[in-house]
Design a protein around this ligand. Structure first.
Ligand code: CMP
Length: 134
């Protein structure tokens, strides 16, 4: 089915000047950018976005990293977009990511891991609404 998913190009990848290279990977996989903006998140916005991780030990480092510079937030649309995006990203930990994936090629660490992508239809809907409304 045609789905929409939320993708965030994180501060490390924005700083590396690879927004275009990452979007090209989405486009080559037939995912279409249907909404997007560059944004400096506030602490409150980052904490709200990652609220499900609030009790995790890495929460503070994650929030601090996500507000360390601008992020590029986008909605991707296409056939099987949620799983396809996750495949393109590779594993959360870049050391475990398959060669040729975005995280294998651009990420440094599990925190500075270049991209975020929604993990399921329910979270995709919530995450898209969080940044772009209904
Ligand atoms: P993301 O897909 O943006 O969702 C939560 C983020 O927390 C994840 O990518 C990682 O960058 C970060 N993170 C840091 N440590 C961990 C961990 N041990 N497990 C999962 N995510 C982690």
């Amino acid at each position: 089915a045609i789905e929409r998913t939320l993708s965030i190009i994180k501060p490390d990848a924005v700083a590396k000047n690879v927004i275009g290279e990452i979007i090209t990977r989405f486009e080559k996989a037939n995912l279409k950018v249907v909404n997007a903006r560059l944004q400096q998140l506030t602490r409150e916005e980052a904490e709200g976005f990652y609220a499900v991780h609030k009790e995790r030990p890495f929460f503070n480092d994650l929030v601090n990293f996500m507000i360390s510079g601008p992020v590029f937030i986008q909605v991707l649309e296409g056939e099987n977009a949620i799983a396809k995006n996750r495949e393109l990203m590779g594993a959360t930990d870049p050391k475990k990511a398959e060669p040729g994936t975005i995280r294998a090629d651009f990420a440094e660490s599990i925190d500075a891991n270049a991209v975020h992508g929604s993990d399921a239809p329910e979270t995709a809907a919530v995450e898209i609404a969080y940044f772009f409304g209904k």
